[in-house]
Design a protein around this ligand. Structure first.
Ligand SMILES: Cc1ncc(COP(=O)(O)O)c(C=O)c1O
Length: 463
């Protein structure tokens, strides 16, 4: 069957026109949809068509039916979670990659995938100041990257696990502020959640290294098998960081794998003034950073760097005859470094974004976001009805109304019910807090001021 290139050309031009308008003004949509669960399902047929429909109808239904159910992560007043905003180079790359639709699970299946990934991740590694002995690989999300890091660490501590399954008592350590992706990795690898030891954090939400060491010693004395420490630079709730250098020394002393989760904040390693947060990064065993969070590469793009690619390979290599590939030392077979076989050509969007902005361009946006966050923090501080509930080392501000949890929950609900912004919540030291995370490429000072006025207005009406 031949493709209908003429129809594609006509619709393609129209769709690109729509995309350009979207980029020109993403704020013309409400940040969040005004729908009830099931509304979209109820508006769509229960089964697929027996005979084909004109492509234009699907495009039209996307605009008419699907768009009203979309949360606009590209909206400048989207301040929830950690921002993931698209950029024009990333979207153009996605379009090109979709057309060629090459599946680069190994070098033979598509050399471009492996080789461009090596180039783009080499550039990113240099920009982040990570040493050249680190190998990089793109996975979909930080959850997957961390899962692979833990699997590699297990391969070192418990080499029989490949054949026999995980040895009971293999211990994993992280702070009580670590992301739930660590818990999920432990679950998935069959290590057992009881073996995930959450080390208490201090008043600044940073792992207490003395408690970490005491827990490792107690585990050793009990005949358990300490395996890996996960340290976080830029935790999800408050963007706090664990004391990397101290944790690193403990990892070295007890010969444990150190995985650094810097999924959100890792990009700030590109800023010389943030170097102190990353002291020791190149001595870690593995690092995860997500260009799809704060580097304007579209979801999903997470990068795992490790100093031990041979270990990762040992953990995952499994080669049936039908997947034979080039064994040339320069031909990297990415399927050997993880559980997935099929591999999207994600490096193109990272490569396009890096070339479009350049290091200085990315640095400028990141610094601008820090300023927006600090200005917002000052607005909160200036209103005596509010209090800050965590430091703001990067671009996320945690605060609350001085009052009860129910009042703060009510405030969040009212703010988000306007659909003019979308902010988040967390629990800190047992108290419910609001959380505003700057990371969207389109956000400007006037957006932050408008959101703050909205929060104040809703606070007025509650109080
Ligand atoms: C510190 C940290 N690690 C890991 C993750 C998980 O990211 P992903 O959605 O890419 O799995 C997040 C998500 O926000 C995060 O903040």
């Amino acid at each position: 069957m031949k493709h209908d290139a003429a129809e594609f050309r006509k619709l393609g031009h129209e769709v690109v026109e729509w995309m350009a308008n979207y980029f020109a003004d993403p704020a013309r949509f409400p940040v969040t949809p005004t729908m009830r669960p099931g509304d979209l399902i109820d508006r769509l047929p229960r089964s697929g068509p027996l005979t084909g429909e004109p492509l234009a109808k699907s495009v039209e239904d996307f605009y008419k039916l699907v768009m009203p159910a979309v949360v606009h992560w590209n909206h400048p007043r989207f301040l929830n979670y950690f921002g993931c905003s698209a950029s024009t180079p990333a979207v153009l790359a996605e379009m090109l990659v979709s057309v060629v639709n090459t599946n680069g699970f190994n070098w033979t299946a598509s050399p471009a995938v492996a080789e461009l990934e090596e180039v783009a991740l080499g550039w990113l590694r240099q920009w982040m100041g990570i040493s050249s002995n680190f190998f990089g690989i793109i996975y979909d999300t930080a959850s997957t990257s961390t899962l692979h890091a833990l699997a590699a660490a297990r391969e070192v501590s418990d080499p029989d696990s490949r054949q026999k399954g995980t040895r009971p008592g293999l211990r994993i350590y992280c702070s009580d502020q670590a992301h739930s992706s660590v818990d999920k990795a432990v679950l998935t690898l069959g290590i057992g959640l009881d073996n995930l030891q959450k080390i208490e954090s201090d008043a600044q939400f940073s792992m207490k290294p003395d408690l970490l060491e005491a827990r490792i010693q107690a585990d050793l004395a009990a005949g358990l098998l300490p395996c890996v420490i996960v340290a976080t630079i830029g935790t999800t709730s408050t963007t706090s960081s664990d004391p990397l250098r101290e944790v690193l020394e403990i990892a070295k002393k007890y010969k444990l794998w150190l995985h650094v989760d810097t999924a959100y904040a890792g990009v700030t390693a590109m800023l010389p003034e943030y170097a102190a947060w990353f002291d020791g990064l190149s001595e870690a065993d593995s690092i995860v950073v997500n260009p799809h969070k704060w580097m304007f590469v579209t979801v999903d793009t997470s990068v795992l760097y490790t100093r031990h690619p041979k270990v990762l390979r040992r953990a995952f290599t499994y080669n049936p005859e039908y997947l034979t590939s080039s064994q040339d030392p320069r031909a990297v077979n990415l399927m050997d470094y993880g559980f997935q076989l099929g591999r999207r050509f994600r490096a193109v969007k990272l490569w396009f974004v890096m070339r479009y902005f350049g290091l200085e361009g990315i640095q400028k946006v990141l610094r601008g976001h820090m300023v927006l966050a600090r200005n917002f923090q000052a607005l909160v501080e200036a209103d005596e009805r509010f209090e800050l509930t965590a430091p703001t080392p990067f671009s996320t501000v945690c605060f609350r109304l001085k009052g009860s949890d129910p009042v703060n929950r009510e405030l969040l609900a009212r703010v988000n019910a306007t659909h003019d912004t979308f902010i988040s919540q967390t629990i800190l030291h047992g108290r419910f807090c609001l959380r505003v995370a700057v990371g969207n490429i389109a956000t400007e000072q006037e957006d932050m001021e408008a959101v703050w006025q909205l929060i104040q207005r809703e606070a007025d009406s509650i109080l």
